[in-house]
Design a binder for this molecule. Sequence first.
Ligand SMILES: [Zn+2]
Length: 363
Amino acid sequence: MITALYFDGRTALARPVELRLHDGRLRVSGEGVALDLDAQRLDWPEHQRHGPRVLVLPDDIGGQIHCADGGAWDHWLADQGHRHGRLGVVRMQQSWRATLMAVALMLLLVGLMFTHGLPLIAHVVLGMVPTSLDQRVGEEVFEHMEAHWLSPSQVPVQQQERLREQLRSAMARVNHGDHGRDHGEADAPAWELRFRRSRDKMPGANALALPGGVIVVTDELVALLHDREDVLLGVLAHEMGHVRQRHGMRMLVQGSLLAIATGLLFNDAGSVVGLLSSAPLLLGQMAYSRDMERDADEHAIAVLQANRIEPMVLAVLFERLQAGQATTPDGVPEDVPHDWGIGFSSHPPTKERIERLKAASHP
Ligand SMILES: [Zn+2]
């Protein structure tokens, strides 16, 4: 407990009050004064060498608390165990030093972007983003997809379970094969296949990897490959490649690097929440980069080879997808939907891609 003076902000009257800090609440009591405040919301005065401490209360409450004995105030706060506690975060957010650090960090990031390129910086920042955030973003995107594009699957549950099991054991053969671990990744992220029916042409026969490990597989894709589960396995292994390398989150990080860096530095949930709410729209407009697609293909090739399947089988899907699309006289698909660029069907089967699959098929 500490004593101080309370000014209500309307009159010049100074009222003696007692302050108690307990369980994250600041209680201010005195004659005609009884306030119960969330300590984290308060604008705690800076620790200074001299002078009184003035605690300006939030606008909705108004007024100020003055303590003439700065040393006693600091001791009191320290005794409450808040010195290293959550108040530290609050103080950090308000401190000009932290602001300077943020500016310095941003300048550093911008500088590094010029010298080293965005993907490398994104890689570093990605390491600071907890994978739990990938999952939250992924669920947000999935909800958006379900609300606008998807309906419940009609693929029999047993078939769904069988396809899951096939992917699981196919992956296991790579993970515990000759190379020990695939691509040197320490621990494989969680993944989940979710079967859904496409309501309209979009996303159509498709598979999409969302941040956090959810892979959406449409009934249309299962139907298109009903007689070729080896090809379907290849597609899913490709999507697993995106999952394992966190491509979805990496793309979002690259797109909002500075916002995330600042949010992390300030431990500020606000910017992260902003990212969450814009993720469905952002991801809807994005497409995995050529490098990411190549890495995902490499992963598919590794899985297929470990399971004694020729990687070239993926060409079957390219052919079937194209056969199902209207084409211009040049053979270029017309009216290709631009949404869901992260979906498998939007990845063009470039010459280079086919060549790589071919090469991997005949070593
Ligand atoms: Zn892909």
